[in-house]
Design a protein around this ligand. Structure first.
Ligand SMILES: NC(=O)c1ccc[n+]([C@@H]2O[C@H](COP(=O)([O-])OP(=O)(O)OC[C@H]3O[C@@H](n4cnc5c(N)ncnc54)[C@H](OP(=O)(O)O)[C@@H]3O)[C@@H](O)[C@H]2O)c1
Length: 271
């Protein structure tokens, strides 16, 4: 039985050898979802596994944590650190990457396996998806997703062709794509959860906007908490990769207050 995806996900990119300590701190603070990738260029997946082992010794169970990793196609890998045989078929690349993820993460199953970015032409994407479906059918993966997919028609095509439908889209949340409004609407209609990254870093203009500043005063919450709370009302699950304990705690307390419909609408008008 799949663990319900928590309201916020702790992201582990760029933390290198500090990954393990930050993940332990995040879970002890209250995060129950971790995002990583089999992509040594940006993620130290092994450090997440080390953290899970430490957490286990402290009484946390593997089943307490929603664990998400990614298959990163060759184009997204550092040519000097490819975690699979680059000359193998795509099917084998996915299988090898996944075996390594399980080893790195010291687990026999993954809650969510995300394709890090679409491949072109579509036949290649589908070949990778079929390999991911096999892992799902073996019950080694409980949900499948796709990331960096900003073209609704491509997502729809994947959805139509997939035997195991995507359950997750993980995208950059920013003005350049009109905040993925169409993708988010269609995803919600089709029971696909939208995860956002760059949520704070790409949106300083939102965080400093006077509407959000006013709500921040009213609810005694930071602007980041107001934005995360708003996103929750829209069915968006943000990722946070904060390295500060104070921000971890803020992120976790972003969902314990209820804004009025008019307030939610007023934030919506800013996007
Ligand atoms: N699929 C993809 O291609 C992709 C791409 C990028 C990221 N991701 C995932 O998304 C995760 C998050 O990455 P991100 O690019 O969105 O940015 P991030 O790593 O979460 O960075 C957020 C920035 O905002 C600051 N910050 C200030 N207040 C904060 C608060 N209350 N909560 C959180 N951060 C606060 C952080 O500084 P402090 O550290 O000082 O708090 C940090 O500099 C990554 O770790 C990764 O798992 C995925």
């Amino acid at each position: 039985m799949s663990l319900k995806m928590p309201q916020i996900i702790y992201g582990t990119a760029w933390k290198k050898e500090k990954t393990s300590a930050f993940v332990v701190q995040a879970v002890e603070a209250g995060f129950r979802a971790i995002d990583t990738a089999c992509q040594p260029k940006h993620y130290f997946e092994n450090g997440v596994g080390e953290a899970l082992a430490i957490l286990k010794s402290k009484g946390f169970k593997r089943s307490d944590i929603f664990l998400q990793t990614k298959f990163t196609p060759l184009a997204g890998q550092d040519p000097n650190a490819i975690p699979y045989d680059k000359n193998a078929s795509l099917k084998t690349q996915v299988a090898e990457s996944f075996e390594l993820s399980k080893k790195n993460l010291q687990t026999h199953y993954i809650d969510s396996l995300v394709l890090h970015s679409p491949l072109f032409p579509f036949a290649k994407l589908l070949e990778v998806w079929r390999a991911m479906e096999l892992l799902y059918k073996n019950a080694e993966v409980l949900q499948l997703g796709i990331s960096n997919c900003y073209d609704l028609s491509l997502l729809q095509k994947l959805y139509k062709e997939a035997e195991i439908k995507p359950s997750i889209v993980q995208n950059r949340f920013y003005a350049d794509t009109d905040y993925d409004k169409e993708i988010r609407k269609w995803s919600q209609e089709n029971k696909i959860r939208y995860q956002s990254f760059w949520t704070l870093s790409a949106n300083p203009q939102l965080l400093t906007n006077k509407t959000i500043a006013k709500l921040s005063l009213k609810y005694n919450k930071t602007q980041a908490q107001i934005l995360f709370n708003y996103l929750h009302t829209q069915g968006v699950t943000p990722l946070s990769g904060t390295t500060s304990l104070e921000h971890m705690q803020e992120d976790l307390h972003a969902f314990d207050f209820v804004m009025s419909d008019d307030e939610i609408k007023s934030i919506g008008e800013l996007l």
